[in-house]
Design a protein. Structure first.
Length: 104
């Protein structure tokens, strides 16, 4: 089982894939009950929040879960929520573009 998807242009390049494979697609269908979309600006703002406030260098794809929480795309009142943030693979040449996206 393999489904082809349209690859969007995004700073979160690690989340792009041309297809969901025979192993991963059934896992997503079984374990994922909800997804949230975030804007490019939300991703960049979350990266800068994590860099400036928490001193964590996080790449765009690694900031996706935090972006959904920080921007209110996922709301879970009175519930503990964890977000996994990963990766420090950010090219310094991307900073002007990321600053622009973040509105800084």
């Amino acid at each position: 089982m393999s489904n082809t998807v349209k690859n969007p242009d995004t700073v979160a390049d690690g989340a792009r894939t041309p297809s969901l494979g025979r192993i991963t697609f059934p896992l997503v269908l079984h374990y994922v009950s909800e997804m949230a979309a975030v804007s490019e600006g939300a991703i960049a703002r979350s990266m800068f929040f994590l860099w400036e406030r928490m001193k964590l260098v996080v790449e765009p794809t690694g900031a996706l879960a935090a972006a959904a929480l920080l921007e209110g795309a996922i709301v879970r009142p009175n519930t503990r929520v964890g977000a996994i943030v990963t990766g420090g693979n950010v090219a310094l040449s991307q900073l002007p573009h990321l600053l622009s996206l973040a509105g800084k």
